[in-house]
Write a protein that binds this ligand. Structure first.
Ligand code: BGC
Length: 417
């Protein structure tokens, strides 16, 4: 009764319209999209929102994988200063939702039919307690090789189908005086590559058990030890200046032909795209040898915070734009990822994008779609961080043997659980 009365009074006095007019026409977004390809993709979103009259308040925090961004977000949220939305990966969304700081986009989700168009693997991380708390932007996949075609042709190489083929190919590049493997020596890049090595070494069931189920037997198995052996082998093909290098600089080495190949998520394709390079002509995208048929995925989500009422309209506009079919195509073509909806045509995507879309569909239907442990979709952040730390210590020689690496991994994951 009181509520009705208040609404009645507000309407009568025109206050309801005044309140609406006071909506803040601005989207404040925290993200780590600072490379050339990432910035180009973000511009698609800024442009779409600008058309609807929303200003963009950028909160960029550089650092691939998002560790620095997540530290910045934690400080903002602790201070009660919620952004409209933040780029987030998988389990981090669930952590913030459990802390009770996320908004509720369920009404928008219903209106837009997200339940039907967003794959279940993503809904697991964007819906909490029955409420939509995040808008998935894309699906990335990490088990890819990015190869400079001219260099491959020059050394007389072909697509490596097994790990041994891959090693033979890297040897050829080395013999020709080209840097075989472009790697950035940062823990998240090393662990992202190791995700693929584990899938290739142990196969799909093993990857799932070890890196999604955190099964102890798998984590401490000989197969895990063999995976570390394989990682050690790959690291022998990296140039001496790799420590601390940003991922996009490693991609640039391949684009320029200074290096043959990078093992990286398909955000690397965003860099090729930004450099006007064409798949099949300038570069090649192959699945990491021995992982054909499986997809290790992550998805960028815009986690939606419980912002004040005058900022909610902007948040709904952002969420609606993010999951619109046209944006899903335009953005992901530039970003290197594939749509977070199952009903977006692949028409505008290049050959790698078309393959990414088809692979994702097949893996989803065949039960070979797995969350990336390095990229926040295998286990909660504490476990993922423990994993990245052990892999990096191994790559940089602080952990000396594969045996030791396995022992440290089991211990670190156990402590973090
Ligand atoms: C994100 C990508 C981003 C990459 C490098 C990943 O964690 O999912 O969107 O391009 O980090 O910054």
């Amino acid at each position: 009764m009181l509520r009705k009365l208040l609404i009645g009074t507000a309407l009568a006095s025109g206050l309801a319209f005044a309140a609406h007019a006071e909506d803040v026409k601005e989207v404040q977004m925290l993200h780590w999209w600072t490379s050339g390809g990432e910035a180009a993709a973000l511009n698609v979103l800024k442009g779409d929102l600008a058309k609807e009259g929303y200003a963009w308040k950028d909160v960029p925090v550089a650092g691939g994988g998002g560790d620095a961004a997540m530290t910045a977000l934690k400080a903002m949220v602790a201070a009660g200063n919620y952004p409209t939305a933040s780029q987030m990966l998988g389990y981090t969304v669930l952590d913030y939702a459990a802390a009770g700081v996320m908004g509720d986009l369920t009404e928008t989700a219903k209106k837009e039919g997200w339940d039907k168009s967003v794959p279940a693997a993503l809904q697991k991380f964007s819906v909490y307690d029955g409420k939509w708390v995040a808008a998935p932007v894309n699906v990335h996949s990490v088990n890819w090789l990015w190869i400079n075609k001219a260099v491959l042709d020059k050394i007389g190489g072909t697509e490596p189908k097994t790990f041994d083929d891959f090693v033979a190919l890297l040897d050829k590049a080395k013999a020709a005086g080209v840097i075989p493997l472009a790697l950035g020596g940062q823990n998240w890049q090393e662990a992202t590559m190791f995700d693929s090595v584990v899938l290739s070494t142990g196969g799909p069931e093993f990857y799932k058990k070890a890196f999604n189920d955190l099964d102890d037997e798998s984590l401490k198995s000989d197969t895990m030890k063999k995976s570390f052996d394989n990682l050690a082998k790959l690291v022998t093909y990296v140039d001496p200046n790799f420590s601390g290098r940003d991922w996009n600089l490693a991609t640039a080495m391949v684009i320029k032909g200074d290096a043959l190949v990078q093992v990286m998520g398909d955000w690397a394709k965003g860099e090729f795209h930004a450099a006007n390079k064409t798949p099949g002509t300038d570069f090649l995208c192959y699945r990491f040898p021995g992982t054909d048929g499986s997809v290790i995925y992550n998805s960028d989500m815009f986690g939606m915070f419980n912002v004040p009422d005058d900022r909610k309209a902007a948040q709904v506009a952002l969420a609606t734009a993010t999951l619109s079919k046209s944006f899903q195509s335009a953005f992901n073509v530039v970003k290197g990822s594939v749509p977070a909806r199952t009903d977006v045509p692949d028409t505008d995507f290049d050959a790698c994008g078309k393959k990414g879309i088809a692979d994702l569909k097949a893996a989803n239907e065949g039960g070979t779609l797995f969350g990336s442990l390095a990229q926040g979709y295998g286990a909660p952040p504490a476990v993922a961080n423990a994993y990245k730390d052990v892999v990096s210590k191994f790559v940089h020689g602080q952990i000396k043997t594969s045996d030791e690496a396995v022992t440290e991994l089991v211990k670190a994951i156990d402590d973090a659980k």
